[in-house]
Design a protein around this ligand. Structure first.
Ligand SMILES: *[C@@H]1O[C@H](CO)[C@@H](O)[C@H](O)[C@H]1NC(C)=O
Ligand SMILES: *[C@@H]1O[C@H](CO)[C@@H](O)[C@H](O)[C@H]1NC(C)=O
Ligand SMILES: *[C@@H]1O[C@H](CO)[C@@H](O)[C@H](O)[C@H]1NC(C)=O
Ligand SMILES: *[C@@H]1O[C@H](CO)[C@@H](O)[C@H](O)[C@H]1NC(C)=O
Ligand SMILES: *[C@@H]1O[C@H](CO)[C@@H](O)[C@H](O)[C@H]1NC(C)=O
Ligand SMILES: *[C@@H]1O[C@H](CO)[C@@H](O)[C@H](O)[C@H]1NC(C)=O
Length: 457
């Protein structure tokens, strides 16, 4: 699964510097920036898409051709956009720009035919979030002949609003399916991440465009996740459930599910200034800190991390997003600063401390609570520490732009395909079929039986 030798060689070559553990003084902004620059460089050492013969935008994969699913490339550009915006390092702008434009697909909706065999609504959304983040952070706009950042996000949102992506009738009514296409494994899984992505995207489009329709659709999705019990009374967030009833809930908890919802709540609150959204934001923040920072304030993935080898490369990347979205929540709901900032600090310190691996002596592992490097090498793990460092300084920079506060991205409220047709020429490989993008189902089944106790208290 992992590619230590080849990539390690590549990374140390690119890094080309003296060995030494990642060092940072977390009370010193310049030190944080310097450390983050090294981690960004190490992260990009896994990326080959700017070399001849490789596909722009994606990390090597999907398995078995490489470690990473298509969506993780999309997620990586988001991590780098936040990094550049917070730290002011524009050295990767051309790479980010090329990547985000290359993967838009024929319909300009981040649903390229190449990846249809495992295309999830969540996968599509993760690329869309990076496009939206480009708009929100004032990244350079594409030329008028190219797809625009805001319009790309609107295309995805519009397509996912369409009933051909959803369950109609019964208890799962209005649930967004995990998979885009009926023929894919996971079409009948109505999972939290797909719905959380849609909720989050709606909240952000509402704030960016000041069009309340997006907010209404976002709220409808919050209501659904609450009614189905995907979000519990104590703000635990579970993984999802299958048709026909969506009642047999898979109670595995993953940090990106909860963080995606928390961030969406913060956007809704910032946009509406409504006490209900404030309470939901606060509830989600508390739930996240209780569940994912229970080990001395250090990020921990309770549904897979206790059993060695159970977290796949997707799961290994969740905490990086969580850190960034918590910091973004501070920007949008500044009253959460005192609750969120302390854990971002303790967790980042633990994250940095274990970055002592690889040929260059500063590659990061996964088990932050252990205090030492665990021997793993992966883009996800660099992305996590990059996210944790970025998060520390994010509250100091301007909050996400909107169309009325300096955002220049052009939208198209009607973007996207009216109906989603399966491309007939899509190559379906074994890897695609088994992989099914954000691979929760298979691993979750195992994790759940191993950790049934997690949800029993
Ligand atoms: C689709 O796959 C082909 C063949 O590997 C590649 O040349 C092309 O660049 C890919 N397109 C996208 C959008 O990934
Ligand atoms: C607001 O968003 C909705 C939903 O996408 C869209 O149908 C409508 O045209 C938008 N309104 C404006 C004024 O852009
Ligand atoms: C779904 O609900 C119906 C009606 O309540 C019930 O008869 C059926 O057994 C349920 N199916 C599952 C798989 O839970
Ligand atoms: C706040 O939002 C909730 C949920 O949408 C709504 O029920 C309530 O009426 C709103 N409050 C105000 C003051 O608008
Ligand atoms: C929305 O965000 C801005 C920028 O951080 C902040 O000044 C404002 O107070 C926020 N609104 C709410 C309701 O917290
Ligand atoms: C965004 O702002 C521009 C210029 O300020 C305006 O022309 C445009 O109509 C706005 N778009 C939306 C969706 O409000």
């Amino acid at each position: 699964m992992r590619l230590p030798t080849a990539l390690l060689a590549a990374s140390s070559l690119l890094a080309g510097r003296a060995l030494g553990a990642l060092e940072v003084d977390l009370d010193d902004k310049e030190s944080i920036k310097a450390a983050a620059a090294l981690v960004a460089q190490d992260l990009l050492s896994f990326y080959r898409g700017d070399e001849p013969g490789w596909v722009p935008g994606i990390l090597p994969g999907p398995p078995p051709d490489g470690d990473y699913y298509w969506w993780q490339g999309g997620a990586m550009w988001g991590a780098l956009l936040d990094y550049r915006n917070v730290m002011g390092d524009t050295s990767y702008d051309d790479t980010i720009f090329q990547a985000l434009q290359f993967q838009v697909g024929d319909e300009k909706d981040y649903n390229p035919a190449n990846w249809s065999a495992s295309m999830g609504n969540d996968d599509q959304a993760f690329w869309g979030f990076s496009a939206l983040l480009a708009a929100e952070t004032g990244f350079r706009d594409p030329s008028s002949s190219q797809p625009q950042w805001l319009a790309l996000a609107q295309a995805i949102f519009n397509e996912q609003t369409h009933l051909d992506r959803r369950v109609e009738g019964g208890n799962c009514d209005w649930g967004l399916r995990w998979q885009v296409y009926r023929t894919n494994n996971g079409w009948d899984y109505i999972n939290t991440i797909a719905n959380a992505c849609y909720f989050n995207m709606g909240a952000r489009l509402a704030r960016y465009t000041d069009n309340s329709t997006y907010g209404e659709l976002a709220e409808k999705t919050w209501d659904l996740m609450w009614r189905l019990g995907y979000i519990s009374e104590d703000f635990s967030v579970y993984d999802g459930a299958h048709e026909p009833n969506c009642t047999s809930i898979n109670k595995a908890q993953f940090s990106y599910n909860a963080a995606m919802i928390m961030q969406g709540c913060a956007y809704m609150y910032n946009q509406t200034n409504n006490a209900t959204w404030k309470a939901r934001t606060d509830g989600m923040v508390k739930g996240i800190i209780n569940t994912f920072f229970a080990m001395d304030g250090v990020a921990f993935e309770p549904s897979c991390e206790p059993a060695p080898g159970t977290c796949n490369s997707d799961m290994e990347s969740y905490r990086g997003y969580m850190h960034r979205w918590m910091a973004n929540t501070i920007q949008l709901a500044p009253h959460t600063y005192d609750v969120i900032m302390p854990v971002l600090k303790t967790s980042a310190a633990a994250g940095v401390k274990q970055c002592t691996g690889g040929d260059n002596g500063r590659m990061c592992g996964f088990h932050w609570t252990s205090g030492k490097y665990d021997g793993l090498i992966s883009a996800s793990l660099e992305m996590n520490v990059l996210g944790a460092l970025t998060a520390l300084l994010m509250p100091d920079v301007a909050p996400p732009l909107t169309n009325s506060t300096g955002g220049t991205s052009l939208g198209d409220p009607d973007a996207g395909q009216a109906r989603t047709e399966l491309p007939t020429f899509a190559p379906i490989t074994t890897g695609d079929k088994a992989g099914a993008s954000i691979l929760t189902i298979l691993v979750v089944t195992g994790a759940l039986s191993a950790f049934a106790w997690m949800s029993l208290d």
